[in-house]
Write a protein that binds this ligand. Structure first.
Ligand code: NDP
Length: 328
């Protein structure tokens, strides 16, 4: 029998955690033949709620679930972790300045990075979901100098999935026909969903759409503002689709992208496409055997260039703000 994989989830008692844990335990994260041990990290006041979720996990009698540990100590929760899903974060509240937001998140992600550095398994893979995800990943990474930088990733898969559905609907195709979509930049309103290299049922997507006005005024804002539209409609945030995207992100990272396709992940820039080295920015990536590569050699037209640059500028500003706080 296989050794269980340790999966740590932070903010485990939150909304995304509730939508995420049952899917991990059922085998959807790593595969139907991979046993898992769950390690739940919560802040002290939320431990009791996490225990309630653990009771429900027990009650599902998932054959792959080999144990659940709950802790408010990152050194415990990340001990031996193979996959770390950093979901809990300090959300932006009304009137909060960016500096205050980043400082609050520095207080969460720096200690978590340090704990990962000291206690995680050698093969650890980290996905940051909690916002501002890219910069939180940067903070955690800076606190974990012994962990290879490429293990720290930020989630833009939800944006990718949202873009795939919008594009498929526009062209009357199925989402499975959509390939090579890219989300560039920051997981924020400045993100840029790029269809110029995308294919829908084998046809170039931008040509098939043939409507730059739709792209600029409909598609891009719909994808970028989808989270707010869901809050407006549901009266609650898009926790289930965010959890789904986290599952997709890790599943693709571990199991690989299909030939002739790629995915979008926030990863440490190596300077590709003019994105300053070291920023955690979303790129088109292919994955294989648990590692990934940024897709090289794509031509970036003027329409795309301006939008990628704007989002990357925002990431650089966030990095500078975090640096000014002494977190880098
Ligand atoms: P959620 O579980 O709904 O969201 C958690 C984080 O995910 C937020 O930062 C949120 O950002 C982000 N996020 C990313 N994509 C999405 C999306 N598409 N839709 C919604 N959120 C998204 O928050 P809850 O408040 O329900 O739960 C958070 C939990 O984290 C709480 O239980 C809290 O106690 C815990 N926590 C744990 C910490 C720890 O383990 N050390 C530290 C801090 C909090 P945004 O707000 O921008 O939507």
């Amino acid at each position: 029998t296989r050794t269980p994989v340790n999966v740590t989830v932070t903010g485990a008692a939150g909304n995304i955690g509730y939508a995420l844990l049952f899917r991990i335990a059922s085998g959807q994260l790593l595969g139907a033949d991979v046993p898992v041990k769950l390690r739940l990290l919560e802040i002290t006041p939320a431990l009791k709620a996490a225990e309630g979720t653990a009771m429900e996990l027990d009650d599902c009698a998932f054959p792959l679930l080999r144990g659940i540990d709950i802790s408010d100590d990152p050194n415990v929760a990340f001990d031996g972790t193979n996959v770390a899903l950093l979901v809990g974060a300090r959300p932006r509240t009304k009137g909060m300045e960016r500096g205050d937001l980043l400082e609050a998140n520095g207080g969460i992600f720096a200690p978590q990075g340090k704990a990962i550095n000291g206690h995680a398994a050698d093969d650890v893979k980290i996905l940051v979901v909690g916002n501002p995800a890219n910069t939180n990943a940067l903070i955690a990474r800076a606190a974990a100098p012994d962990v290879p930088a490429e293990r720290f990733t930020a989630m833009t898969r939800l944006d990718h999935n949202r873009a795939a559905t919008q594009l498929a609907k526009k062209l009357g195709a199925g989402v499975e026909d959509v390939k090579k979509l890219t989300i560039w930049g920051n997981h924020s309103a400045t993100q840029y969903p790029d269809i110029f290299h995308a294919e829908v049922a084998g046809r170039n997507a931008a040509e098939a759409v043939g409507d730059e006005k739709w792209l600029a005024e409909d598609f891009i804002p719909t994808v970028a503002k989808r989270g707010a539209a869901i809050i407006e409609a549901r009266g609650a945030s898009s926790a289930a689709s965010a959890a789904n995207a986290a599952i997709d992100h890790v599943h693709t990272w571990v199991n690989g992208t299909a030939d002739g396709d790629w995915t979008s992940m926030g990863v440490v820039s190596d300077g590709s496409y003019g994105v300053p080295e070291g920023l955690i920015s979303s790129f088109p990536v292919t994955t294989k055997d648990g590692s990934y590569e940024i897709v090289q050699g794509l031509e970036i037209n003027e329409f795309s260039r301006a939008r990628i640059d704007a989002s990357v500028k925002e990431l650089a500003e966030e990095r500078d703000a975090v640096r000014a706080l002494g977190l880098l």
